[in-house]
Design a binder for this molecule. Sequence first.
Ligand SMILES: Cc1cc2nc3c(=O)[nH]c(=O)nc-3n(C[C@H](O)[C@H](O)[C@H](O)COP(=O)(O)OP(=O)(O)OC[C@H]3O[C@@H](n4cnc5c(N)ncnc54)[C@H](O)[C@@H]3O)c2cc1C
Length: 389
Amino acid sequence: MVRFPGVDYLQFDSLLTEQELLVRQTARQFVDDRVLPVIRDAFDKAEFPKQLIPEMAQLGFLGANLEGYGCAGMNNIEYGLIMQELERGDSGLRSFVSVQGALVMYPIHAFGSEPQKERWLPRLQSGEAVGCFGLTEPQFGSNPSGMLTTAEKRGNAWVLNGEKTWITNGSIAEIAVVWARTAEGIRGFLVEKGTKGYSAGDLHGKLSMRASVTSSLHFADCVIPAENQLPCAKGLKAALSCLSQARFGIGWGVIGAAMDCYETARSYSVTRKQFDNRPLASHQLVQEKLAWMITEITKAQLLAYQVAKLKDAGKAEPAHISMLKRNNVTIALECARLSRDLLGANGIMDEYPIMRHMCNLETVKTYEGTDHIHALVIGERVTGIPAYR
Ligand SMILES: Cc1cc2nc3c(=O)[nH]c(=O)nc-3n(C[C@H](O)[C@H](O)[C@H](O)COP(=O)(O)OP(=O)(O)OC[C@H]3O[C@@H](n4cnc5c(N)ncnc54)[C@H](O)[C@@H]3O)c2cc1C
């Protein structure tokens, strides 16, 4: 049974096709029925709800906007609406689906050999295999071009050495897409779990994204066959193109977190009474916060919709996606903070989803290009002057 009423101030739904509404309904129902009953406990115990993987796979959520190899071939609005609903459940779940689809299946689909595609894409789509994406290193986050991990060609093999960290799904992944420096520049490789010299260990103590696995990957003279190189992934721009796919999903996903916070605060403030037995919502200062949230959520929806339309037409640029990611994460985080405030003391309790969303969104602000980095991408786009260094 679907319990979430949705948030639609400006007849956003009138922009959606029957099929898009159906996809959202399916994802919404999945979140209400399967995610919400378990997510509080999963976040508390810092466990990723792995049991949901086969169900998400069966619903076509993994690599949903890719064509062939068992993928659902959805358009980017359908894909975005899935991300929105999943992140309404929890950013950790949406992160899992983002990594699997945009950062593992996409690079294999876009840059892989035919045997790599045939071997991995159906298994990743069905959830039989989990993947991870290793770009960030302990010394290089916002500036991955400085990476120290190397891949050296020795006969018919590559030898990897180095470390990746903050890697979502790292220790549960059967396959890692790893970016390393070679004599010809940065290249992408597929490293299988169990390969000698490859190990993964989890990061503990996170106060954000607790229902998500985050790991470090270690490569010590790790030998992989030459055919595990992604043949068409040349230079850092290949890795960045994967990030564009994932950031697009984030731009939609965080709308779900913002909606959940807003709707929780709205319904709370019309029922909770203070001063002369009047609802909180009868006070102007409270209404101003709700008005700000619904306005920003509505603008975020329209931004996401337009970028999806551009993406479907092959016209979305990285700088468009930077605006989508940066703006929507910023407003979602602010919605979480305002909603927390409107619930007073109750706002800090895990009985309500707000504090969990707020904690998660702090990660979302940082990963996949920080807020600052996306501001610089937009700045470069409108001035022609790169200001990263
Ligand atoms: C839970 C989680 C999951 C993640 N999952 C993955 C994953 O699956 N795969 C992966 O490869 N990585 C992953 N990451 C890593 C993430 O992408 C990086 O944390 C991010 O790129 C930022 O790098 P950093 O943490 O090293 O911060 P830094 O680059 O050290 O930045 C710190 C601060 O300095 C600012 N800054 C840096 N450079 C500039 C500049 N030129 N101008 C202005 N400000 C600047 C940043 O904006 C930020 O505020 C994950 C991170 C988290 C927290």
